[in-house]
Write a protein that binds this ligand. Structure first.
Ligand code: FES
Ligand SMILES: [Fe+2]
Length: 398
């Protein structure tokens, strides 16, 4: 930070606020619109049904045609602007409930029952690309052709021997608090030891980690090393631009395989975030698999935001992993405010990952502002072991 910014609180506040903004006319909104975003669980929408989703401040009508193919369009009828998702599906088209105007999957109006046939040709609504992957529906709201669907992919989600589970929670705070939390491995030694210590808190321990960060082709690799005598626990987060944290979670029962998880911190708008979680659990025995399916079915509808008052009063869910860690993160992130006032915080040495993330975001916004190309983020081909125990002595030279 130079002398000018140190003595210009308004400029600092504006610069910090620019990081959080997601609408289409803002630099960060333009950065975010260059990526695919998960908007809904595949299981949440049946063929021939529609629902409203909100992404980056835009209300959208998501529907599945009768073939099962998902489609996405702005949720405003071109006629008198009512919400399109309240209408009904005919084949792959959506008909508005108000006066029956019908739009095909490209957004072209193809029928106006009260008007002369053929008079609808110049009328259309904007549609967006969608892509289904691993039980999630992703959308691309940017300009031009969408990027090849590659960055969100992980080898583990495409293995035949894993079970996939999907869930999401909507929290009343800005997306960047979630993204920054992902690059703050220290919080695990504190926030996840609060209220109830579940299997995650136990596995990671209260030890303050040594933190390492490196920018990769896909995002940021965060390594947290917790030395405990002769053995150290190494935990890697393969953080993927612009907000997906790929990590390992400990199993619910000792000896079972660790799980791999991608957490997508999807901006609904500037004040709400959709935390979409995709979990891969290695299939082992029929009984263990059934136990995992039961466990995730039990977590499916948990949303920490529904328990706001009790969580802030220190009452945590009696759950060993998913709901509990979610509740603990909820209290810290929502506790920062709806949009954290970053102009008044004090970053410390343990916040190096957050500082790196902000530098990257400012760099990408600056490229947008000056008409330069942004970084061509691509998937890391290698897949490091995300959680392992190693001899402490072997880390000294690394
Ligand atoms: S508002 Fe949609 S048909 Fe009239
Ligand atoms: Fe956390």
């Amino acid at each position: 930070m130079n002398a000018v910014t140190q003595h210009d609180p308004a400029r600092v506040a504006n610069r910090m606020m620019a990081l959080a903004e997601t609408s289409a006319h803002t630099p960060m909104g333009k950065v975010l619109r260059k990526f695919w975003h998960p908007i809904e669980l595949s299981s949440a929408i049946a063929p021939g049904t529609s629902k409203e989703v909100r992404l980056l401040g835009e209300d959208l009508a998501l529907y599945r045609g009768e073939s099962g193919t998902p489609h996405l369009m702005v949720n405003r009828c071109a006629h008198r602007l009512t919400k399109l998702h309240t209408g009904w599906i005919e084949g792959e088209s959506l008909r508005c409930m108000y006066h029956g105007w019908k739009y095909d999957a490209s957004g072209q109006c193809v029928e106006r029952p009260a008007e002369r046939p053929g008079s609808e040709t110049g009328i259309r609504v904007t549609t967006y690309a969608v892509h289904e992957y691993a039980g999630l529906i992703f959308a691309y709201l940017g300009e031009g052709e969408p990027p090849v669907f590659d960055l969100p992919r992980k080898p583990v989600f495409e293995r035949k021997d894993v079970m996939l589970f999907q869930r999401h929670e909507v929290w009343p705070c800005n997306w960047l608090q979630h993204a920054e939390n992902s690059l703050d491995a220290l919080h695990v030694s504190f926030a996840h030891q609060t209220g109830i210590v579940g299997v995650f808190g136990e596995a990671v321990s209260t030890t303050v980690p040594e933190l390492r960060y490196e920018e990769t082709l896909a995002g940021v690799r965060q390594t947290a090393i917790r030395a405990e005598g002769e053995t150290s626990h190494v935990r890697i987060s393969e953080w993927t631009f612009p907000y997906a944290n790929h990590v390992a979670l400990p199993p619910l029962t000792a000896g079972a395989p660790w799980m791999e998880v991608s957490n997508f911190m999807v901006p609904i708008d500037d004040t709400h975030t959709n935390r979409v979680t995709l979990i891969a659990v290695e299939s082992t025995t029929p009984t263990a698999d059934a136990d995992m399916r039961n466990y995730f079915a039990g977590c499916e509808s948990y949303n920490a935001a529904d328990h706001h008052d009790e969580l802030f009063a220190g009452v945590y869910p009696e759950d060993p992993l998913i709901c509990l860690t979610s509740a603990q993160d909820y209290v810290t992130l929502v506790g920062q405010g709806v949009i954290a006032d970053r102009a008044n915080e004090r970053l410390a040495s343990s916040d190096r990952g957050i500082a790196m993330l902000r530098r990257i975001l400012w760099r990408e916004m600056e490229a947008i502002n000056t008409g330069q190309p942004t970084k061509p983020w691509r998937r890391n081909e290698d897949a490091p072991v995300l959680s392992k125990s190693v001899e402490t002595a072997s880390l000294a030279a690394a």
